[in-house]
Every structure is written in C-alpha cells, then in structure tokens.
Design a protein around this ligand. Structure first.
Ligand code: GSH
Length: 93
C-alpha cells in the first residue's frame, strides 16, 4: 500500500479533521509534527512546493495538499462508497 504521510501541528483543527478522515477511509498514516521541528517544517515546505499551512498530506510521492484538498480528492477525484459517511468529519466541530 502507498505510504501516507501527514505533516501536522498539534493545535490544528484541520489536522485533526484530516487525520479523522484518513482513519475513516481505513488508511494508516505517518504523522510528522512540525511545530517544534524546523527541519521537518522545511521538509514539508519543500515537498509541498512552498505551502506553509498544516496539514500537508502525501500519498507516496503525490502531494494531495491540505484538509480541503483531501476533501476534494475524495469527493471529486476518487469517490468511494463511504464518501458520504466519511466527509462529515469537520474541523469546526
Ligand atoms: N485550507 C487549509 C487551512 C489550513 C490552515 O489554515 N491551517 C492553519 C492551522 S489549523 C495553519 O497552518 N496556520 C498557519 C500556522 O499555523 O503556521 C486546509 O484545508 O488545510
């Protein structure tokens, strides 16, 4: 299976929602916390083509983007039978 990596900061509600969505989709992921790790933060910025917000999500070498990009990915590009079930996961809860 493709390695899933998510760069996060612990306080970030979008990160929590993205992790919940990945879990709902049945995916295991590696979480890289970047708040207190300048090297990991720089790695995230470089890999994502300059994006500085968290989360940043990768499926293998493919950059999915942030939480809203992950929602779009599942909703428009890769819908699955449980799309509706999983997309209720909101950062605003
Ligand atoms: N539209 C973005 C929003 C991400 C966002 O605003 N993240 C906040 C933290 S929750 C952020 O990175 N703020 C700048 C920072 O913490 O340095 C997404 O869906 O991922």
């Amino acid at each position: 299976m493709t390695d899933v990596v998510i760069y996060t900061k612990s306080y970030c509600p979008y990160c929590k929602a993205a992790k919940a969505l990945l879990t709902c989709k049945g995916l295991e992921f590696e979480e890289i916390e970047v708040a207190d790790d300048p090297e990991a933060l720089q790695e995230m910025i470089t890999r994502s083509g300059g994006r500085r917000t968290v989360p940043q999500i990768f499926f293998g070498d493919v950059h999915i983007g942030g939480h809203s990009d992950l929602l779009n990915y599942y909703w428009y590009e890769n819908p699955t039978p449980n799309t509706n079930t999983c997309n209720h996961v909101s950062p605003y809860l």
